[in-house]
Design a protein around this ligand. Structure first.
Ligand code: HEM
Length: 328
């Protein structure tokens, strides 16, 4: 979708047509998320910034070089195909589309090569780490509260039955699964501080003066745990969303997992579809158990620090098929 699979290989022995292994890309993205979330002393006390006391700026520059090498390789490859296809060129992924825009001299805002690389990076970062993290957090929470798995399985049996997998047009008939996803996003928003916003002009928001040039950070993690908006906020209770119309696309300010307004996440539709179908099918297709030596209350829901939040301790689970064997 963003760029072809061929750019990532499974292992170093198989780098034909690719430039990076999947593990290396994952490592780069993990570092990218971590560095985007760190508190760099130089940003808060600018006269100290030249010292780069924590070494973050150096790490960012090194990371930039590694990503840039990857972006250049992908762009050159796409460009070569575009040139060799001439008039018959048909865009096959997002990079093709961006390159086509970059060639258009009539665009109001010209897309430079750097802009294209920036957009590729946005899509790569926004589209890869987010949805799996939500599924991961959901499993941490529901393994801690096994009655939720039973309730979800009951809904799946009733609506889908045991003779098929869950499909996209089933989503609207699975309100409990939807409530589980909302509850995970309330307690574990993937972007706990969203993405830093920048005030382009002086403005007043709910009585607060925000001067032009201010970096605005919105703490959705804390809003999701605020007693003013939620009963028993520290508890994982999907039921709180049943029979209530609480939107998660930016209309209800107590739940803002995708942000709100013009800079809201543009990938929310795709992201939610991935989460819904992955989670619903994992719950439908398998029974989930903790290892013998572990009790539900032992499951750790502490967070690892970064621009996105991940569970601090990975969870080990034992699965067995739940559906007739011919479906696997
Ligand atoms: C369920 C999964 C996802 C969640 C929870 C999520 C969450 C977010 C959040 C919180 C923001 C910042 C919004 C703000 O600051 O107001 C954001 C921005 C963004 N997301 Fe997502 N996202 C998800 C999936 C995706 C996918 C699948 C893509 C692309 C394929 C994507 C691409 C982006 C981009 C490009 C931005 C930057 C938008 C801008 O600055 O205008 N996201 N996302």
């Amino acid at each position: 979708m963003v760029l072809g699979n061929k750019y990532f290989s499974e292992s170093k022995c198989d780098l034909e047509g690719s430039i990076i292994t999947l593990d290396e890309l994952q490592e780069l993205l993990d570092q990218w998320f971590l560095l985007n979330g760190v508190i760099n002393i130089g940003d808060w006390i600018p006269w100290l910034s030249f010292l780069d006391m924590q070494g973050y700026v150096k790490q960012m520059k090194d990371l930039y070089k590694k990503f840039d090498r990857f972006h250049e390789y992908v762009l050159d490859d796409h460009k070569a195909k575009m040139v060799s296809s001439g008039e018959d060129f048909v865009p096959k992924d997002m990079v093709d589309v961006l390159l086509q825009f970059a060639e258009d001299p009539n665009l109001e805002v010209q897309l430079t090569r750097d802009c294209v690389k920036g957009l590729m990076q946005d899509l790569l970062a926004g589209g890869t780490d987010t949805s799996p993290t939500i599924v991961e957090w959901t499993f941490h929470e529901i393994m801690k509260n096994p009655h939720i798995i039973e309730k979800a399985a009951e809904e799946l049996d009733r609506v889908i039955g045991r003779e098929r997998w869950v499909e996209e047009n089933d989503f609207s008939k699975l309100p409990y699964i939807e409530a589980i996803i909302k509850e995970t996003l309330r307690l574990h928003p993937v972007g706990p501080l969203l993405v830093p916003h920048f005030a382009t002009e002086d403005c007043n928001v709910s009585g607060y003066n925000v001067s032009k040039g201010t970096t605005v950070i919105i703490n959705v993690w804390s809003i999701g745990r605020n007693h003013k908006y939620w009963d028993a906020p520290e508890e994982y209770l999907p039921e709180r969303f049943l029979d209530k119309k609480i939107d998660m696309l930016g209309q209800n300010f107590a739940l803002l997992p995708f942000g709100s307004g013009r800079r809201r996440c543009p990938g929310y539709n795709l992201g939610l579809k991935i989460v819904r179908s992955t989670l619903a099918n994992l719950l439908h297709g398998f029974n989930w158990k903790l290892p013998k030596n572990m009790k539900p209350e032992d499951v750790c829901v502490e967070e690892h620090y970064g621009l996105t939040t991940h569970p601090k301790v990975p969870l080990e689970m034992i699965i067995e098929p739940r559906l007739p064997i011919h479906l696997y």
